[in-house]
Design a binder for this molecule. Structure first.
Ligand code: F7E
Length: 325
């Protein structure tokens, strides 16, 4: 019989790549999306998977839909990827972020415990939980304490602890993937990599003149979403439930990332880039660099994409997009 996976956040970057990966592996995939007044584009990343993916309306804050769906589907694997995922926005709408990213996780954990406890559960935990905390050697790993610097990070720490608590208290196969930043052409264009690439391509094509950025001196460990959804699957298919850091081990500043894109497109940075206070955060997370030794050793996971290759793919995507439209 086909394995069944249930994915929240299925229409997002990670959800859609994960649905692609799992259907290729022979899974039947189920997912929930929230109702939206503009139905166009909502399922655009999933249209090519139509026959292997079944979508229902649902929400982490609408508990009854979670209970009903899990009871009916009886999935083998549950991937909780739904979230208010934008860190800067979490300062503007902290309560909504906390409801979705913290209470929402408590809701789905209860639905899981009460209706499909034989399933394995994956929680999209985040490097944002580390916040100010860095080990002496300049890395963050599974043992690094959490010191979050945003409402988003605080909510993710709550969710992380709940998953661990459910694993111990109820003996559930519940896991956390502590994923560092991961990007792709499907990344929302209000996240910094895709904002830089999309705007630079528009400048190159004469459609725009300025790129306005916030803190270009923060460092991130950027990988490719396709590599990271593979890690999610490996985490749930390991012999025991656990928590795992997934990262490339390399760090670069926003400035270095922007330099690469502008050089590649032969654009003059001084002419087009402006710093705008609007994009700064009340507290900045300055530095991320993950150590995935544990995932490499036990899950046999490693990233395949190089940083430059990922940015090149994103540049090609936007070039193609504007040349076709
Ligand atoms: O910012 C700086 C900004 O919004 C990266 C989410 O997936 O990864 C992501 O969170 C850095 C920050 O990602 C702009 O201050 C400068 O230092 O692309 P981002 P993020 O906040 O790191 C973690 C792991 C998650 O879990 C989250 O869900 O870039 N930055 N100028 C800017 N950032 C944005 N968005 N826009 C700017 O104009």
């Amino acid at each position: 019989m086909k394995k069944k996976a249930f994915i929240t956040g299925i229409a997002g970057q990670d959800g859609s790549y994960l649905a692609e990966l799992l259907t290729k592996k022979g899974y039947k995939v189920f997912g929930i999306i929230r109702r939206n007044s503009t139905v166009e584009h909502q399922k655009s990343r999933l249209e090519h998977l139509d026959k292997d993916v079944e979508i229902s309306y649902g929400d982490l804050l609408n508990e009854s839909s979670l209970h009903q769906l899990l009871k009916k589907i009886q999935p083998n694997e549950i991937y909780n990827l739904a979230a208010q995922s934008h860190v800067r926005v979490s300062f503007e709408i902290p309560q909504f972020t906390i409801k979705t990213n913290a209470l929402g996780v408590a809701n789905i954990l209860e639905a899981y415990r009460l209706n499909s406890r034989n399933a394995k559960f994956y929680q999209a935990s985040s490097s944002e939980m580390f916040g100010r905390s860095v080990d002496k050697d300049g890395y963050q790993r599974e043992t690094t304490p959490f010191q979050p610097t945003s409402p988003y990070g605080c909510a993710k720490v709550f969710a992380f602890n709940m998953v661990k608590h459910y694993r111990i208290a109820y003996k559930l196969f519940a896991c956390n993937g502590i994923l560092f930043n991961h990007e792709s052409p499907r990344r929302g264009s209000n996240f910094v990599t895709n904002k830089v690439v999309k705007t630079a391509v528009r400048i190159k094509l004469g459609l725009e003149k300025k790129l306005k950025l916030g803190n270009i001196n923060s460092y991130r460990d950027w990988g490719h979403s396709k590599d990271y959804v593979e890690a999610m699957r490996l985490i749930l298919n390991y012999k025991k439930p656990d928590d795992w850091v997934i990262a490339t081990g390399q760090t670069r500043s926003v400035k270095q990332m922007t330099d690469y894109v502008f050089n590649k497109l032969k654009l003059n940075k001084k002419k087009h880039i402006f710093i705008d206070k609007k994009y700064f955060r009340p507290e900045e997370l300055k530095y991320l660099r993950g150590d995935s030794t544990k995932a490499k050793k036990y899950l046999k996971w490693k990233p395949n994409y190089r940083f430059e290759e990922m940015l090149d793919e994103m540049i090609d995507f936007w070039m193609d997009h504007y040349e076709r439209s």
